[in-house]
Ligand binder design. Structure first.
Ligand code: SF4
Ligand code: SF4
Length: 372
């Protein structure tokens, strides 16, 4: 994993050395509560705190009543609406898969869980656009004939904690990577999917909260010209949620927000970002942009300390420590059976590594070989 393709730009070691980030993380862990569910045992919390929202979009127009499936698919295709949490997968294809599923009971889960330590814009949307989100979720449920629509988030605003007849509110632990589809499904619906299962084919449609708002906006005839992102200064942890236009220069936006700095980064978040090039602009897959003085540097040749932290935090149940031990002894033919095929590439193992190694990269190489 190189910085060019997207690598972790902050890790546990850096946070512990940075007083500002350490305080933000401590406060966020207090706010969201302790890790509780068996599979996720990390204490990453958040390393940024939002100071403001710049350039918020106006209230959404309400989509017309009685919209049908054909219209929904046509609009999603025409406006090229994609997932907004980083994958950029076309929403119309995802919805078609959901429609074709033959399950008797179908679920929609609106993903507002945004667990990535460097992101806060989905949380901001849940807090400030809650009524629009609930209305859009109910509308999507009606159009797609879902048996149950759930909004999953770490927190809901003020008194708005009651589920309605249309929409169930599900408070989830603020743990990374709670936003990963299968982990969220397990948490919210109590259903365990296998590595090879595709959720829509099982009648479960997971849609990011911002994607939902874009669908609603498009159905109301409004243009899809940008997205919300988190912009932050990783030296101080100060962040702004900002509505950016597609095609807008990332570097200019960062300089405008934080002044000239040493490093400019963009990508999915602090767990996967790359250097910003002068010509880079915001796209639907850009969730995050940041400035920082120093990025995390990991070295796979460092000697493993055998602490086991990597295995402990792995949400997929990969026996990371054992993989690393075999890899470092060049016993590569003895690596099968440690659950490598289950790796979801979250980077948690590298985030906590006591030796500043990059176990994610090592596991990723074997994972890629297994997947062919
Ligand atoms: S990157 Fe893979 S091995 Fe590492 S913690 Fe995440 S799922 Fe586990
Ligand atoms: S966290 Fe790092 S040092 Fe600890 S066992 Fe895993 S690879 Fe080794």
């Amino acid at each position: 994993m190189s910085n060019e393709n997207g690598a972790m730009i902050i890790n546990d070691r850096m946070i512990r050395k940075n007083k500002a980030l350490k305080i933000i993380r401590k406060n966020s862990l207090k706010r969201y509560g302790k890790p509780s569910k068996g599979a996720i045992r990390n204490k990453f919390g958040k390393v940024v705190s939002v100071e403001a929202c710049s350039n918020p979009i106006p209230e959404l127009a309400k989509p017309a009543e009685g919209i049908r499936l054909e219209k929904l698919l046509e609009v999603c295709k025409e406006k090229k609406i994609t997932g907004m949490s980083g994958s950029g997968f076309p929403v119309d294809i995802k919805i078609e898969g959901f429609i074709q599923a033959e399950e008797d009971t179908k679920y929609i889960v609106i993903n507002g869980a945004e667990c990535e330590p460097g992101l806060l814009h989905d949380e901001w949307l849940i807090e400030h656009r809650f009524d629009e989100i609930v209305a859009a979720a109910a509308m999507l449920g009606r159009i797609l004939g879902a048996s149950c629509v759930t909004i999953a988030a770490k927190a809901f605003p003020g008194a708005q904690t009651e589920s309605t007849s249309d929409v169930v509110l599900s408070k989830v632990p603020a743990l990374y990577p709670m936003g990963e589809e299968k982990i969220l499904i397990r948490q919210v619906l109590g259903m365990e999917l296998n590595v090879e299962d595709i959720p829509v084919q099982k009648g479960i449609l997971v849609i990011n909260v911002q994607t939902l708002l874009q669908i609603s906006k498009a159905l109301a005839g409004q243009s899809i010209d940008g997205r919300y992102v988190t912009l932050c200064n990783l030296d101080t942890g100060k962040a702004v949620v900002s509505y950016v236009k597609y095609g807008e220069s990332i570097k200019d936006k960062l300089i405008q927000a934080f002044g000239q700095k040493t490093l400019y980064k963009c990508g999915f978040g602090v767990m996967c970002a790359r250097d910003v090039r002068d010509e880079d602009t915001f796209e639907p897959t850009t969730c995050f942009a940041a400035v920082q003085s120093v990025a995390a540097v990991m070295d796979t040749s460092n000697k493993c300390k055998g602490c086991g932290k990597c295995t402990k935090v792995c949400p997929a149940g990969v026996e990371v420590k054992k993989v690393i031990a075999k890899h470092d002894k060049h016993l590569t033919n003895e690596i099968a059976g440690f659950g490598i095929e289950k790796c979801i590439g979250c980077g948690s193992c590298s985030f906590v590594c006591a030796a500043n190694k990059n176990p994610h990269e090592i596991v990723g190489e074997y994972h890629a070989k297994i997947k062919g």
